[in-house]
Design a protein around this ligand. Sequence first.
Ligand code: ATR
Length: 486
Amino acid sequence: MICLVLSGSTIEENLLQVERNRPYIDIVELRVDLLEESELNQAAAFPSLIDLPVILTCRRQSDGGSYQKSERSRLALLSTLLEGSFAYIDLEEDVKKSLAEAQAKEKGITIIRSLHNFETVIADIYHKIAKMAALGDIPKVAVTPRSVNDLITLFRVKEELASVPQKSVLGMGDFGFPSRILYKKMGSMLTYCADKPLAPGQITARMMKELYRADQVDERTHLYALIGNPVLHSFSPQIHNTGFHGIKYNAIYVPIPVDSVRSFFALAEMLKIVGFSVTVPLKQHVLPYLGQITREVKQIGSCNTVVRKRGLFSGINTDYYGFLRPLEHAIETQSIQSALVVGAGGAARAVVWALRNHGVKVTILNRSAQKAQQLANETMASYDSLEHAHRYTEVNLVVQTTSLGMEGEHMGVDPIPSFDFQPSHIVYELVYRPRVTALLKRAQNGGSTLIYGLQMLIGQGMLQFEAFTGYHYPKRLEQQLDLEKE
Ligand code: ATR
């Protein structure tokens, strides 16, 4: 079940939240601790106003809630509200026998016995859950994983506590994010969502239902991941989950923040992850764990896509081919003889190798001469400093691979202001936010042909999708992605 946590301060606002999220949810949690005092007298009637089961909860501050009065008044409030037709009441694990508990039992309202920890994953988590279940209640544990290893502890709940049929398990914070999406893989009966996410790792009900289709995950669902750190704001889940749905493939793609590649491979083994994307800062770190790599991965020294083939993890680099895709025609017709590559970092490595492998003469311009020299030596290219950009106007192609021009601190910065763009140039920008960078704007004014960062981003994603599924990315969805990105 997908549960919407109602965060409104009034009953009216909560009713609006239910209405907005109605297509995506199965159950709601009414957080009376968030309600204004004057609204409390209407709270008992809330369940009769909506056609969904309601959990009654009044969170203390020590458990991340907002209720400030004494414990006695909290329990008295809950007891009064039990007049209402709530399906569940959430009572904390340390609440000893109370009137609210007795009333709930009498009325047949199921008790969810909850335990929160905002620091860590508690050491005796399995024991605690078993103990709470032994009371005849539904145990709920919301804990805070700080590493992939902690996440493994959470996913093991499923087999460790197979005998507890109904339980709710939740990993909070960024590292807990995968546990929210893959709640069924933990054996959790529900996952909590928000109308508007406020805390790290939280997600909207709409994303949970429409993008991840988390409630559809079953034993046969193929699992794919995105690993790196940070990963939670990536566009890749949009590409892959939409694509899987488009080809009716029972699969899900989940971002997993990773602090240790070794631990991730243990998690991959445990969850039977069949493929994953790799992003910063792990593109090099995964290499020692791969059973097989392509020539490009070896050359570039980085891998952004891993697929599992007959038990072997096999690494490819779709940045390489994604970069080449918009240039295919120009390369085939040999209209690109020479190129200027701005930058000498990870992205530049894929670009320079791709161009050199196709016989293009390359000059690398970089702030640090040493890094430029190193890449130039490896690829038999030349190098120079950014200030000398104006000397290279005879090239056919300019590729911008640095973070200069990107939204944020480098917004509006042009790394090669002395370069005079002309109609003969193809200008390829790897930055995709904003769509038109300062450099592209100048190139446009100079009449050059532009290639946008988004094209490479989507291109590498399509190729990754093919590697994952063996199918082409549905064309109609590709156009849709482009529009969403605008
Ligand atoms: P990526 O994987 O995106 O390529 P990277 O490997 O960190 O990231 O490489 C960043 C590139 O952007 C490098 O070429 C870097 O230049 P240096 O090698 O001199 O560090 C370049 N870069 C980043 N910030 C820059 C800045 N403020 N001015 C000039 N170049 C910059």
